[in-house]
Ligand binder design. Sequence first.
Ligand code: ZN
Length: 268
Amino acid sequence: MTAPRWPHGARAACAFTFDLDAETLWLARGVTEAVTLSQGTFGVVEALPRILDLLRQAEIPASFFVPAWVAEHHPDAVKAIVAGGHEVGCHGDVHEKVSDLEPAQEEKILLRSLEVLTRQAGRRPVGYRAPAWQLSASTLTLLARHEFEYSSNMMDRLRPYLHPVTSDTGGRLVEIPVAWVLDDAPFFMFTGQRAMQPPGPVLQGWLTELDGITEVGGVTNFTFHPQIIGRPSRFACLRELVDHARRTPKLWLARLDAIAAHARQALA
Ligand SMILES: [Zn+2]
């Protein structure tokens, strides 16, 4: 497979993406206890405004994946994301793992999240990221059936590609791959089980990933959670990453919907 040639003479792409799970990150684990849930609230009330500020100053358009439950409980957060020029994509209802669901239930949740996000964001979402990055046997078919443009879930490549599934109108679903190593949760999420990692070495790893993926002409698809990356010690890492990305020559900083549209054309 040849690498898509990137727009504006760029040699690679980079996306800053944020999963605004808020309280659903914990609700999906069966948690109802107030202190644990309040960590999710932190992501919306403290972290999100600072992240949006940073992106505005850096002039970086980003992609936010928002569970329907979060959009309904925090409508102003969705408004602020859209006002900042960012994309809103689907991410379940209450962050349920679709691999645990029957196809009919999964489709019902997908339709509900499309309906809620279209209403709140004023535009129909075109991207899907599965909660906890687990797909069912039906997920890709459902995405194609409901005319999604892209999935951002698989971990098999450094570059976008086309899934074999097609929509009723014949369009193929674009995959924009991700990786756990580009996600903040494996390093910093605290569930009482194991210690959190210090931010410095994690930042070093992310910088090296960005440089390495750029070198091979791929997409560095960072996946952050406002409640995790928004703590000041991690936010400093995010700021540094943003600065590094902006200083990297010929790197296209784009929303995933723009990357998907370009990849579809380049791979056709
Ligand atoms: Zn999530």
